[in-house]
Design a binder for this molecule. Structure first.
Ligand code: PDD
Length: 286
């Protein structure tokens, strides 16, 4: 049985409890982070900790603890659960006001709820999916307009995954005003004429920690990066495509709305970036 962390305690998962009045449960009033673990080490922990701070501050939530304390809990859970490859999930909500009320509770009396747990995924970096590539469909992006805040409001992304599954695909790319915003749980990229194209940062998308690292490694390797929005039609005409996220790293996309990209196999740029990302982020892992 897993050991999880809830508000200062390490507990067996079946003893961990959060109130039914918790703002996270009743209002989806919470934020989260997913940090991957490879070889027992945390990938890009600092980036995730920084983004967590930003998400909390944008929602006027207090930071429940220091980054050092957070790191210690991450490491403790990885150790206690003997995670070699996998994930650490972290969620912070506005806590339990003891009643249902739309107004935010007073942060001086109601403390945030902090939950962390691990998911073991042995061999995560050698995912066979990376050798085959993913199929995506496009769907309208009907999420709220602060997608730069990593909130736990994930109903529409879940519906998007279900729509993809129903269409025989692996994921969905969301489209707003004719342009792709991002995948349901990842950032989206196309490659045309050797150029890597991905939407610029704004409130329209999550500022992916993997995105930042991959673009930095790409630039260091003299690859050309263009940060701008692209249409689904442009994507269908691209040489290759891929997505990035903490859990998928760099994953090639080989089909968009039934249209095969290139020869239908993972592209060279995506494959190279995956190798580069895994290599470099493992070196920097903590
Ligand atoms: N999702 N865009 C969205 C909407 C996401 O949910 C995620 C991450 C990303 C990629 O961000 P990062 O590279 O920092 O993981 C982009 C996580 C993995 C999840 O919900 O499981």
């Amino acid at each position: 049985m897993r050991t999880v962390y809830v508000n200062g305690e390490y507990l067996p998962e079946d003893e961990a409890k959060v109130s039914i009045f918790d703002r996270g449960f009743v209002f989806a009033d919470g934020v989260y982070e997913v940090t991957s673990v490879l070889d027992g080490k945390l990938i890009a922990f600092d980036g995730h900790a920084e983004r967590l701070k930003r998400s909390l501050s944008e929602l006027d939530m207090q930071e429940p603890m220091t980054t050092e304390d957070l790191l210690e809990i991450h490491r403790e859970l990885v150790a206690r659960n003997e995670i070699t490859d996998g994930l650490v999930y972290l969620q912070v909500t506005r806590g339990n006001p003891g009643d249902r009320d739309f107004a935010f509770p007073d942060p001086n009396t109601v403390k945030p709820t902090v939950v962390l747990f691990t998911q073991s995924k042995p061999g995560m970096a050698e995912s066979p999916a990376a050798k085959v590539g993913m199929k995506v469909i496009s769907i309208p992006d009907i999420r709220w307009h602060r997608r730069d805040i990593k909130t736990v409001q994930l109903l529409y992304p879940s519906m998007g995954k279900m729509m993809a599954k129903a269409a025989g695909a692996d994921d969905a790319w969301m489209v707003e005003d004719g342009k792709v915003t991002e995948g349901t749980s990842n950032n989206a990229y196309i490659v045309k004429g050797g150029k890597i194209i991905t939407r610029e940062l704004s409130e329209d998308i999550l500022h992916g920690i993997t995105r930042a690292a991959v673009l930095a490694y790409a630039k260091e390797a003299q690859m050309v990066v263009e940060e701008r929005a692209f249409t689904v039609d442009e994507a269908k005409g691209a040489d290759e495509a891929f997505i990035t996220s903490a859990s998928a790293f760099v994953m090639p996309v080989v089909e968009i709305d039934g249209v095969t990209l290139g020869d239908g196999k993972p592209g060279r740029v995506a494959t190279r970036l995956r190798e580069l990302y895994l290599e470099e982020s493992l070196k920097a892992a903590v």
